[in-house]
Design a protein around this ligand. Structure first.
Ligand SMILES: [Zn+2]
Ligand SMILES: [Zn+2]
Length: 230
């Protein structure tokens, strides 16, 4: 038996790949939802990460094909050894990988790595606001609105006006079709946006594109609501 993600030969009883950490049994199909391109972190991640993502990206089709189709072909370029990475680096890399694949429309590959990414964050000893945002986005991508809401609440308790809390909350309530609550979260985002972005938190720089995209959407939602007189 070979790892579907990296091709490493595995013991028949292995539940996880010892090299790359991938789950050996294919995860039950998560409630895959379309279209969360705002989750992709911005350009500030650095050249190293980009190189890693590109290298990994080259092998992903082979890695993600279902049911043995990949057994015959050994990986041409091995994955970077993630055992050399810190748990934080590993989690961030998996998050970015899922988001990049998702944005590229490679839903199968993204879905394959989604449980790994969530698991990588679950193993971190401490979570800052940015990590909680990443978890929330991953949970939204998996269709778990309640889990995303929990991250939004934790962020809000730590930093009551943090924009990421409003973003996760609005998206999660959208997912649950609670449009009134979602509209309130969009509105709170817009109300706090100028003062918050003036604080120049590093995570705002990293996710500047996501913030800009969310601003556009929030403006549309609020404008649409006032047109309907809601
Ligand atoms: Zn592997
Ligand atoms: Zn981030």
């Amino acid at each position: 038996m070979n790892c579907r993600a990296c091709g490493t030969n595995l013991a028949p009883t292995a539940k996880f790949c010892h090299k790359c950490g991938a789950q050996v049994a294919r995860a039950a199909a998560a409630g895959w939802r379309a279209g969360l391109p705002w989750g992709v972190a911005g350009v500030a991640l650095g050249a190293l990460l980009t190189v890693l993502l590109l290298r990994v990206g080259g092998s992903e089709e082979r890695g993600a094909v279902p049911d043995g189709a990949s057994e015959a072909t050994a990986p041409r370029s091995p994955l970077p050894d993630i055992s050399q990475m810190s748990p934080e680096e590993r989690a961030t890399r998996l998050y970015n990988r899922v988001m990049t694949l998702h944005t590229q429309g490679k839903a199968d590959s993204a879905e394959f790595f989604l449980p790994m990414a969530i698991q990588a964050y679950a193993m971190l000893p401490a979570l800052d606001v940015d990590a909680r945002y990443h978890i929330g986005v991953l949970e939204l991508t998996a269709g778990n609105a309640a889990a995303a809401l929990a991250q939004a609440d934790t962020i809000r308790r730590a930093v009551p006006t943090h924009l990421f809390a409003f973003m996760l909350r609005a998206r999660a309530l959208d997912l649950e079709r609670q449009s009134a609550g979602a509209r309130r979260a969009y509105g709170e985002f817009l109300k706090n946006e100028t003062a918050e972005r003036a604080r120049q938190r590093p995570e705002y720089t990293e996710h500047a594109q996501n913030l800009d995209a969310f601003h556009e959407q929030a403006t549309q939602v609020i404008r649409g609501a006032s047109k309907r007189g809601a």
